[in-house]
Design a protein around this ligand. Structure first.
Ligand code: GRG
Length: 300
């Protein structure tokens, strides 16, 4: 993620990213563990970089509620689910892409069956992490498992991906379908990241969890609209993934439905809503406030 805003923000972002990278390295299965090829493929996709937005949101939301507790395993768990979804999305039977996070996609670097299995393994490993690291606090553990499994399941992440595939073939794409796709394919994981962070803290109240969910929805929609704008306007080298794919595949996007200016306006509106919801949450909100702005201005 580009460093926006004050030096404080840039330093904090870098610190959180480093914490996430280190935890990834420590918590992932050893690359020499049998079968080594599978464990190497899991690390290949996870350690290819990426903005680490979702784990950073876990850590940032956690600190709103006063810290205490152990958010890092939950942060790594959601990055595993996110990365599995990218690996599977890139497969020939889905988006058939060659480039991800600035490197050859998993099925290009390994082969298709290994990429498929490494995605399966990353998804499964996310839940192993939660069970392993939080089982000493069963109520917290179940909340974390429920939050992540619901967000990753057939009604949210996978459901959003399903409707996205169906929309490609549809002759009559509409705004309602687009909203379903983006709420579930993109915003669900952003909402879940914030909730995982709150569930790792000692005292998040029910009304605060609801606010956090609404905040995540607005942030998630901003994120996806900006993604659509970048696909239409940025180049492949900057994105680290193939640019211009949406138009080529005749995908239903904000840009297609509302034009570039209309998409930008909608991103601004969701950002304003996110910022207003954020103010109702407890704790020091400076980092998240700047992060929300950075989402709007991101270049990759
Ligand atoms: C295969 C179940 C399944 C789901 C796939 C992730 C996904 C759903 C599709 C990829 C295409 C896409 C536009 C997804 C929307 C979410 C999104 C913008 C993902 C990319 O997230 P970034 O930009 O990626 O945070 P990095 O690499 O920075 O982590």
């Amino acid at each position: 993620m580009a460093s926006h805003g004050t030096p404080d923000f840039a330093t904090h972002l870098k610190q959180l990213t480093t914490e996430v990278e280190q935890a990834l390295d420590q918590l992932l299965p050893d690359p020499n563990l049998r079968p080594a090829r599978l464990h190497q493929a899991m690390r290949y996709s996870l350690q290819a970089g990426g903005k680490r937005l979702r784990p950073i949101l876990v850590l940032a939301a956690h600190s709103l509620f006063g810290g205490g507790g152990r958010p890092l395993p939950a942060a790594i768990a959601i990055e595993c689910v996110h990365t599995y979804s990218l690996v599977h999305d890139d497969l020939p039977c889905m988006d058939n892409d060659d480039l991800r996070r600035g490197r050859p996609t998993a099925h290009r670097a390994f082969d298709e069956p290994t990429a498929l299995l490494s995605g399966d393994a990353l998804l499964t490993f996310a839940f192993q992490l939660l069970a392993r690291h939080y089982s000493d606090e069963p109520v917290r553990c179940v909340r974390l498992l429920q939050t992540l499994s619901e967000a990753a399941g057939s009604e949210q992440l996978i459901g959003g991906q399903m409707e996205d595939l169906q929309a490609e073939k549809s002759r009559t794409p509409d705004a309602d379908q687009l909203l379903f796709i983006h709420r579930n394919k993109t915003a669900a994981m952003i909402r879940a990241a914030l909730l995982l962070g709150a569930h790792c803290a000692p005292n998040a109240a029910q009304d605060q969890l609801l606010l956090l969910t609404r905040f995540g929805e607005e942030l998630g929609l901003t994120f996806q609209i900006v993604d659509d704008i970048l696909d239409a306007t940025a180049d492949t080298a900057t994105l680290g993934k193939t640019a211009g794919k949406d138009e080529k595949a005749d995908k239903t996007t904000y840009v297609k439905l509302f034009g570039l200016e209309g998409a930008r306006e909608r991103a601004n509106t969701h950002t304003a809503q996110a910022l207003s919801l954020l103010e109702e949450l407890p704790g020091d909100k400076a980092f998240l406030r700047t992060l929300v702005g950075a989402m709007l201005e991101r270049r990759n």
